[in-house]
Design a protein around this ligand. Structure first.
Ligand code: UGA
Length: 432
């Protein structure tokens, strides 16, 4: 099928490349000519495991093309809108301006019998408003809202085998073509065909729930710090109940990235607009707990260092999570920045995110070698749980540092092994 993907960001590029690898003829349009040039040349503008190899193969088979010219979509049967909806500069609501511009430009050139599929995360009510625009313009184009649930670091697998497909439409019959499209490559994935507001809400509710789980366990971590309890044992013990589940009960320095933080804020802003601020007031608290996890980590470091001026702090991790080079709202990078601002001699290592971190925060010191990063450190902070750090040999690396004190900001290390090797371990939510 000939399809287009508008927006070659994280979501759009992944979707387009995966669909092209299935044999669809895919046209990718983005207003950013640099990004388009990179992709045309076979380079991804971000790191995602397995995606670069797929891009090379679809460029070879010529099932994908990249352009800045929106008219290239005029023959496409389905047009996927994958435009970012970042947090508004002036407040916490989502900024829909780029999405609205893209919608208008697609509409001006799309085939009349084509389908426009919104995949962006939007405030509830957006799709209905865009559908009204279609009907005001007497357009025959069909609108579907089809939120995306892929996780960075697992985006390829999540695209080929999503855990669910949600399609919002004005009538169930409007969703048939898209439902068949997904069924063709993922026949066992449960599909939910529903109305627009439900589809939009499934997405933000899912992210709000995930953020809630993380902040809940970090709230327990605050209580554990004050009472001598161990939050990791607590998480194991409550998580073994499958009504609760252990996933996303990883206590530590909290969530970041381009989705969870801005999505819960945009959800709060939308609830306020609807006069329902109270219904989601808990999300405001969970946002604050999440912010506090970062300051609690800084407080632990300062308690250990005393006056931080000139003391070397080795920071392991800059990305907001492993297997990603994304540093948007990264807890690791914020903690590094805060300690550097307080005068510590901060050196940051990350297997993939050094370039994006240096672009975002140019005045930090970045180091590619883990050995050099650890050399002479008076405090080591593991802030992103890359396998490279989890597999460090505590006996080998102890010789590199000045003071063998390590803050495990993600509660992932084998405490006994590190302690036996002579390290003092620090963490949030457990006294070690
Ligand atoms: C999230 C959702 O998980 C996806 O389903 C969704 O599609 C995506 O947002 C989106 O809206 O596009 P992602 O941002 O890739 O995916 O990252 P997550 O795996 O959800 O992790 C988010 C943050 O939570 C990371 O900083 C991670 O370190 C942190 N986290 C995760 C914890 O602090 N504890 C945990 O137990 C789990």
């Amino acid at each position: 099928m000939k399809i287009s993907v508008i927006g070659a960001g994280y979501l759009g590029a992944t979707h387009a490349i995966c669909m092209a690898s299935l044999g669809h003829e895919v046209v990718v349009v983005d207003v950013d000519s640099e990004k388009i040039a990179l992709l045309k040349g076979g380079t991804l503008p971000f790191f995602e495991p397995g995606l670069s190899e797929l891009l090379s193969s679809v460029l070879e088979t010529k099932t994908i093309s990249f352009t800045t010219d929106i008219t290239a979509i005029s023959e496409c049967a389905i047009n996927f809108l994958c435009i970012g909806t970042p947090q508004n500069r002036e407040g916490i609501a989502a900024d829909l301006s780029a999405l609205e511009r893209a919608f208008d430009s697609v509409l001006s050139v799309a085939k009349s019998d084509s389908i426009i599929v919104g995949k962006s995360t939007v405030p509830v009510g957006t799709a209905q408003r865009l559908a009204r625009e279609l009907s005001n313009k007497k357009s025959d184009t069909t609108l579907n809202w089809n939120p995306e649930f892929l996780r960075e670091g697992h985006a390829v697998a999540d695209t080929f085998e999503p855990n669910r497909i949600v399609i919002g439409a004005l009538a169930p019959s409007d969703a048939r073509v898209l439902a068949d499209f997904y069924r063709s490559f993922s026949p066992n994935t449960p599909q939910f065909i529903t109305n627009f507001p439900t589809a939009e809400l499934v997405k933000v509710a899912a992210n709000a729930f995930l953020a809630t789980k993380i902040s809940f366990i970090n709230a327990m971590s605050e209580i554990a710090d004050a009472t001598g309890a161990d939050v990791t044992v607590l998480a194991d013990a409550i998580g073994i109940d499958d009504r609760i589940g252990r996933k996303f009960l990883g206590a530590g320095i909290g969530f970041g990235g381009g989705c969870l933080p801005k999505d819960i804020r945009a959800f709060l802003a939308r609830a306020d607009e609807l006069g329902l601020g109270e219904s989601l007031a808990f999300l405001q608290e969970f946002d604050l707990i999440n912010q506090r996890a970062r300051s609690r980590a800084v407080a632990v470091a300062l308690k250990e260092l005393g006056n931080p001026k000139g003391k070397k702090v080795a920071i392991l991790g800059a990305a907001f999570k492993p297997e990603s080079d994304d540093v948007r709202d990264s807890p690791a990078l914020e903690i590094a920045q805060t300690l550097a601002a307080l005068g510590a001699d901060v050196v940051v290592n990350d297997p993939r995110a050094l370039a994006s971190a240096a672009e975002k925060v140019p005045d930090l010191t970045y180091e590619e070698s883990i050995t050099q990063t650890l050399q002479g450190a008076e405090l080591t902070m593991l802030l992103t749980e890359w396998n490279e750090y989890r597999s460090l040999d505590p006996e080998k690396v102890i010789g590199l540092v000045k003071t063998p004190t390590l803050f495990d900001g993600r509660n992932v290390l084998d405490v006994g092994k590190w302690q036996t090797a002579g390290w003092k371990l620090l963490a949030l939510g457990r006294s070690l």
